[in-house]
Design a protein around this ligand. Structure first.
Ligand SMILES: *Cc1c(COP(=O)(O)O)cnc(C)c1O
Length: 370
C-alpha cells in the first residue's frame, strides 16, 4: 500500500494496517501453526504469557485477557464494584462502547464534556457531572492522547482508563494502563496493537480487581466448579494471544512511527489550514487517529476522497445523542462535545506514513480549503 519509489501522487489510505506487519508475517504464521499443533485454544500458555508480557509493558502487576474491549470495560467496572443504583461518568465524545458498557453493569452512564484542545475529559468536566451516586469515572485516552487521570482521581472517585486507543502512548508518570484503578484495552484489528479478530485486556495493580476480572471472564467462577457470580464467557483466545505476542515487542517502534507521521504533518504546514491535535501536558501520544478540527470539516470529508486521501468523521453524533442513550442523556448539556463532534475529521495515519504522503495530504487539504 505504501507509495514506494513512485513519483506521481498515490492514494493515501486512512489506515495502513498491513505495511508495518509485513516483516512479521512469517513469525506470525509460525506462531499460529504452533497453537494449531498444540491444540490448546482457550486459556492456555499463550494467553498466560501474553498477560505477563503485556503487564510488564504497561508497568502493572496484572493483565487479564478478555474477548474484546467492550467486555473489558463491563468486566472492569463490575470488578470495581459498579452495579445497579450507581452512576459512572463517561465522555460522550468517544466510541459508543465506552458508554454502552455501563448499563450492562446495571449502573447509569452520566455524560461529561471534553476539553476543546486535548479532546479528553478533565477534572473540571468530571466535577460538573459528579453526584453522591458517582461510583467511577471512565477516562478515555481519546485518539491516543492522555486523559489527566491523577487530577480526576483527586476528586475522590476511582478512575477506569479506557486505553483502547492508547497503546504505545507514553506519559511522564507512567504509561496508560497503569494510571488509574484499572484500565481496559481493545486489540480490534484497527488499533495500535491489534490481533486478527476480536481481543481485549484489563490491566491493574490491584490484586482484588484482577482476581474479580479473572472470575467474571469465566462465568463467575474461580475453579470451574463453583459459580459465585453471574459472569461472562469472555476470553482472549490462544491464537490471538500468540499473534499479539509477536507484535508487542514492535509496539514502541510503531508508536514512534505514528509520532513521526504527526511531525510530518506539522512540517508540511497542515497547521496553517486546520487546527492540529494537541498532546496533553506530559504525554507523548501514539496517535491512534490523527484528528484535526475545522469549521469546514464536512467540505473536507466530501472532497478529500476525490484527491485520493482517506478521511473519516468518527463521532459526528456523540454518544449522548444516540437513540439508545436518550434515557440517560435528558439533562446532558455538552457544548464542547457538540462542537468537536461537528468539526473533527481524522486524516490518514499509520506507523509508516511518510513525509511525502503527509505532503500529499496537506496539498489536498490546501486545494480544498485554499
Ligand atoms: C475500540 C474501542 C472500544 C471497544 O473495543 P472493542 O474491542 O471493539 O469491543 C472501546 N472504547 C474505545 C475508546 C475504543 O476505541
Amino acid at each position: 500500500m505504501a507509495a514506494v519509489g513512485c513519483t506521481t501522487a498515490m492514494p493515501v489510505a486512512l489506515f495502513d494496517t498491513t505495511t508495518a506487519l509485513e516483516p512479521l508475517r512469517a513469525q506470525i504464521d509460525a506462531a499460529i501453526a504452533d497453537v494449531v499443533a498444540a491444540r490448546r485454544f482457550i486459556l492456555g500458555p499463550e494467553v498466560a504469557a501474553f498477560e505477563q508480557e503485556f503487564a510488564a509493558y504497561c508497568g502493572t502487576r496484572h493483565a487479564v485477557g478478555v474477548a474484546n474491549g467492550t467486555d473489558a470495560l463491563t468486566i472492569a467496572l463490575r470488578a470495581l464494584g459498579v452495579g445497579p443504583g450507581d452512576e459512572v461518568i463517561v465522555p460522550s465524545f468517544s466510541f459508543y462502547a465506552t458508554a454502552e458498557a455501563v448499563p450492562a453493569t446495571g449502573a447509569r452512564p452520566v455524560f461529561c464534556d471534553v476539553e476543546r484542545d486535548t479532546l479528553c475529559i478533565s477534572r473540571a468536566t468530571v466535577a460538573a457531572a459528579l453526584t453522591p451516586a458517582t461510583k467511577a469515572v471512565v477516562a478515555v485516552h481519546l485518539f491516543g492522547n492522555l486523559a489527566p487521570v491523577a487530577e480526576i482521581e483527586a476528586l475522590g472517585v476511582p478512575v477506569l482508563e479506557d486505553a483502547a486507543q492508547a497503546a504505545g502512548t507514553r506519559g511522564d508518570a507512567a504509561r496508560p494502563g497503569a494510571l488509574g484503578s484499572a484500565a481496559t484495552w481493545s486489540f480490534f484489528p484497527s488499533k495500535n496493537l491489534a490481533c486478527f479478530g476480536d481481543g481485549g485486556a484489563i490491566t491493574t495493580d490491584d490484586d482484588a480487581i484482577a482476581q474479580a476480572a479473572r472470575m467474571l471472564r469465566f462465568h463467575g467462577s474461580h475453579d470451574k466448579v463453583t459459580y459465585e457470580q453471574i459472569g461472562y464467557n469472555s476470553r482472549l483466545d490462544e491464537l490471538q494471544a500468540a499473534i499479539l505476542r509477536v507484535q508487542l515487542p514492535h509496539l514502541d517502534a510503531w508508536a514512534d512511527g505514528r509520532r513521526a507521521a504527526a511531525r510530518h504533518y506539522e512540517q508540511a504546514g497542515l497547521g496553517e489550514l486546520v487546527t492540529l491535535p494537541v498532546a496533553s501536558p506530559g504525554s507523548e501520544p501514539a496517535w491512534h487517529l490523527y484528528v484535526v478540527r475545522s469549521e469546514r470539516a464536512d467540505e473536507l470529508a466530501a472532497g478529500l476522497p476525490g484527491h485520493g486521501v482517506g478521511c473519516k468523521a468518527y463521532y459526528r453524533t456523540p454518544i449522548h445523542r444516540q437513540p439508545a442513550m436518550a434515557q440517560f442523556a435528558a439533562s446532558a448539556e455538552l457544548p464542547v462535545t457538540d462542537e468537536v463532534a461537528r468539526t473533527h475529521l481524522a486524516l490518514p495515519i499509520s506507523p509508516v506514513l511518510s513525509a511525502e504522503q503527509a505532503r500529499e495530504v496537506v496539498a489536498a487539504v490546501r486545494a480544498l480549503l485554499g
